[in-house]
Write a protein that binds this ligand. Structure first.
Ligand code: HEC
Length: 243
């Protein structure tokens, strides 16, 4: 029995240590927290536009039907077709991509994963911090490295917007922060806003039904509120003559 208990403690202590050191390594990545609000339609619309412009060349959203997207985000279908449809697609189709897997492996050494469910499986903060923790690294094939996904084979797509940065390490080679090398097209705040919009959009995509549940929830609460008022005055009316 005692041996069992001590074995349990040894396993507990080693695993919690492992978890701790992994957390420490990613302390810098975890400083980047997305500000998610799937009810913010303007942010979702911007996020959809940025995603189509900057990400959809490589990443599919194979569970996202474009007609659902247009409807949920309140974008007119004609406007959507003009601005957000690519590769001669029709609005009833899902957001797949044209790139062949064999080409992707040749170009990037990896197949860009479908991002439909990434916000749910890995979290919004992971996506946001991936987009915010690129830095120059001559030893890597892309010329860049990333704190949230070390040695990522995804190129630094948004470098022109964010600007070039170097990493600052402490004496134990842990990442502490970034040093700006050159300015990008956007200010620091604008870049955070843009990457937050993309993240917000991917959170919506990972569970489109949530947006609908929210709007139903609103009307249920409104109904209860109005009903409570009516019930209160009805009760007052009924009991008026009793006292
Ligand atoms: C030129 C192709 C390309 C473009 C454009 C691109 N990516 Fe990627 N992305 C990749 C590849 C390749 C990987 C796989 C990286 C790896 O596993 O090392 C990846 C990985 C990712 C991951 C990690 C997924 C996971 O499961 O860990 C996220 C998140 C991501 N990309 C988001 C984006 C977003 C958001 C954009 C648009 C701003 C974008 N990507 C644009 C090629 C691309």
């Amino acid at each position: 029995m005692i041996r069992k208990i001590s074995l349990f403690f040894i396993i507990f202590i080693t695993t919690s240590n492992l978890a701790n050191s992994a957390a420490q390594k990613n302390e810098l990545a975890s400083k980047y927290e997305a500000n998610i609000s799937i009810n913010n339609k303007a942010s979702l619309q911007r996020g959809a536009k940025y995603f189509v412009n900057y990400c959809s060349g490589c990443h599919s959203l194979k569970y996202m039907r474009m007609s659902t997207l247009a409807e949920d985000l309140g974008i007119d279908e004609a406007l959507f077709s003009q601005n957000l449809l690519f590769n001669n697609k029709k609005i009833g189709e899902t957001m797949t991509i044209a790139m062949k897997e064999s080409d992707a492996i040749e170009w990037f050494n990896a197949v860009p994963p479908d991002l439909s469910l990434t916000a749910r499986s890995k979290g919004a903060n992971y996506i946001y911090s991936k987009l915010n923790t690129y830095y120059q690294d001559d030893s890597s094939a892309t010329g860049y490295n990333n704190v949230a996904l070390p040695n990522s084979s995804m190129p630094n797509i948004l470098a022109g917007l964010q600007g070039e940065r170097k990493i600052i390490l402490d004496s134990k080679e842990n990442p502490l922060g970034f040093e700006k090398v050159s300015n990008g097209a956007l200010s620091e705040i604008e870049y955070k806003q843009l990457t937050n919009d993309i993240t917000n959009f991917l959170v919506y995509v990972s569970e489109p039904a949530k947006l609908r549940r929210y709007s139903i929830g609103f009307w249920v609460l409104m109904f209860l509120f109005v009903f409570t008022i009516i019930a209160y005055y009805t009760k007052k009316e009924f009991w008026k003559d009793v006292h």
